[in-house]
Design a binder for this molecule. Structure first.
Ligand SMILES: [Zn+2]
Length: 398
């Protein structure tokens, strides 16, 4: 085993300590103070191996509230950290800093037991963040020992992944394009396996606007936006089954008014999952047809977008997965991959032309729930996997 890989085993305690520290900082996507604190701490940890650390403010996220008004939600910074940007072979390593747990979530404590650490984001994805850091620390030990300068890297850490990376898309477009391959540190599947093919996803809203009126005096003068939204919801739901593998989940209806008022605004929020990029146009047309079919006196407007194109199982991607599996075999890991309906920044990187393996973070489970946990042993295990993959790529050259 390369001494740089063996070094990781000596770092297990340090990795656990760092994970506990980072998971103890609440980084719900809209908890700016927490996200900025984590950005500071993470930047500090990368300093010894970085040539440049850029702290990039993200634009605010725009949403429509339950009254149909546009609201702006500020986001924390993204970090871009680079080393040997002129090396012939370039890797991009990415993971998000934010979690799904808001600052007022009851799930804040980090608890260690014999084999597990439980806490918000320990698997998704702060465990992965620690793995990413230690894989690069080990890789830089290798570079220092051998003088092999063929592989350069850039790390992209964003703070809006849990809302679909709407505002860090530009950061990926600027700093990931041109990389030869990507490594993303979402948690592996609970079995330890990786995700292979991924479907695509988009979040949308249809805003219905009618006309308010007194429910007793002038009922007939009103145009009921809640009823319009309910009809839209039914029509959207009836699209399920039209295309194989496509699902439309009507997730929420906002809006309404007091009992004695005909409601003038309601919003239907829905998610679309789809297996093939070429379906986007057809689905989009079907949504537009629903919007165009508004009843008299009702205005429907559409918001949202397809935010994560399907990640196709193309030959380049399969080669990369096999290379990761081979590195795993040398470390005693028998890795396979499975299809997933979930999406992540791996979808977005692939759409930018960067083939990538996107579940190189820790083994854990119950993510996005108040029982999230990770297996402690997977910190060193997965850091060794990534470090050995980076060394293998560097040795092979371009
Ligand atoms: Zn995640």
């Amino acid at each position: 085993m390369d001494p740089a890989i063996a070094w990781i085993d000596s770092q297990q305690t340090a990795m656990e300590r760092l994970l506990i520290d980072w998971a103890s900082i609440n980084t719900g996507t809209f908890h700016l103070a927490g996200v900025q604190r984590l950005v500071d701490e993470v930047a500090g940890q990368f300093e010894p191996i970085a040539e440049s650390i850029l702290r990039l403010p993200l634009a605010s996220h725009h949403e429509t509230n339950a009254r149909g008004e546009a609201i702006e939600m500020p986001l924390g910074d993204a970090l871009v950290i680079t080393r040997r940007s002129d090396a012939p072979l370039q890797a991009v390593l990415a993971i998000h800093l934010d979690t799904v747990y808001p600052v007022d979530s009851p799930f804040q404590a980090v608890i260690c037991s014999d084999e597990r650490i439980e806490g918000p984001g320990v698997a998704d994805a702060k465990g992965g963040l620690v793995v990413l850091l230690y894989a690069l620390l080990a890789f830089e030990h290798y570079v220092a020992a051998t003088g092999d300068q063929r592989l350069g890297w850039r790390v992209i850490l964003n703070s809006d992944e849990e809302i679909g990376s709407p505002c860090s898309a530009d950061v990926f477009a600027k700093y990931a394009v041109g990389a030869d391959f990507g490594l993303v540190y979402e948690p592996s599947l609970p079995s330890g396996n990786l995700v292979g093919e991924r479907g695509g996803s988009g979040n949308f809203a249809i805003v219905a606007r009618g006309k308010s009126a007194h429910a007793g005096r002038e009922f007939a003068a009103g145009r009921n936006a809640v009823i319009a939204a309910a009809e839209v919801a039914r029509e959207l739901h009836s699209l399920n089954g039209r295309w194989p593998g496509v699902t439309i989940n009507v997730a929420r209806i906002d809006g309404g008014s007091p009992y004695n008022v005909v409601p003038d605004v309601a919003i239907v929020r829905f998610n679309v999952r789809y297996p093939k990029p070429e379906l986007e146009a057809e689905i989009s047309t079907a949504i537009d047809q629903i919007v165009a079919g508004a009843a008299e006196g009702i205005t429907l407007t559409r918001e949202g977008r397809f935010s994560a194109p399907p990640k196709l199982f193309d030959p380049q991607y399969q080669t990369l997965l096999r290379q990761v599996r081979d590195c795993g075999l040398h470390l005693g890991l028998d890795l396979a991959w499975e299809r997933s309906g979930g999406v992540c920044d791996g979808n977005r990187l692939a759409a930018l032309g960067v083939p990538n393996v996107d579940t190189l973070g820790v083994r854990g489970g119950n993510i996005h729930s108040t029982e999230e946990f990770m297996w402690r042993a997977s910190l060193a295990e997965r850091a060794k996997l990534s470090a050995s993959f980076l060394i293998t790529k560097s040795l092979a050259g371009k």
